[in-house]
Design a protein around this ligand. Structure first.
Ligand SMILES: [Zn+2]
Length: 195
């Protein structure tokens, strides 16, 4: 499997707030969905999933209103990465900057969002491949890998019923076994994330 294409768009996603944690405390990844279906009333609502970028998603959360998704992040960019429909990744936060994406998992976890609503359709093959690679590198570092619903008290369809988490984890375990154990810094480097 080839490496991921990761774009560093951290500066363009800057939310005016850096919430620093020691990178060595990162020990998990949480997968999410993000799409226009989250907020059909917003200007963002007309953007098709395949055009979603890290910059657009960050702007959406920054310019939150009371009923908008950003209302629960305080306007902060919640995700470390957005996996686009084409499988490429926009890095939105540095690995040492925690995002508000899954309550008790914010401090330890990297939030990774995938463009699309997987309650309604399956992720693209490229997105599944990216999820497998990220999960595999996470497993190499001994991290846990979860969907948002798995770490919520009450599941709310994130990423959604059509998200193939079992299949992703099975392939990720196979790849992790081949690549071998590594440090957290090395896992981040392999994924292509900057700290
Ligand atoms: Zn979520």
């Amino acid at each position: 499997m080839g490496d991921l294409i990761v774009r560093n768009v951290i500066r363009e996603c800057y939310d005016g707030h850096i919430s620093v944690r020691p990178v060595c405390d990162v020990d998990s990844v949480v997968f999410h969905r993000i799409s226009r279906a989250e907020d059909p009333g917003s200007p963002f609502g007309s953007v098709p999933d395949f055009e979603l970028s890290g910059q657009l998603v960050a702007a959406w959360f920054r310019e939150h209103g009371p009923q908008r998704p950003g209302s629960y992040t305080g306007g902060e960019t919640p995700y470390t990465g957005l996996v686009r429909v084409d499988g490429s990744v926009d890095q939105m936060l540095g690995a040492a900057d925690q995002g508000a994406h899954a309550t008790r998992w914010n401090y330890r976890g990297l939030g990774i969002a995938f463009a699309g609503d997987f309650r309604a359709h399956a992720p693209s093959e490229a997105q599944v491949s990216a999820a497998v690679f990220i999960a595999a590198m996470a497993l190499c570092a001994g991290w846990r890998v979860h969907t948002h619903d798995e770490v919520r008290d009450e599941p709310k369809g994130c990423p959604g019923d059509l998200w193939p988490q079992d299949k992703i984890m099975k392939k990720a375990r196979e790849i992790a076994a081949v690549r071998g154990a590594c440090s957290t810094n090395e896992a981040l480097r392999r994924i292509g994330f900057v700290i």
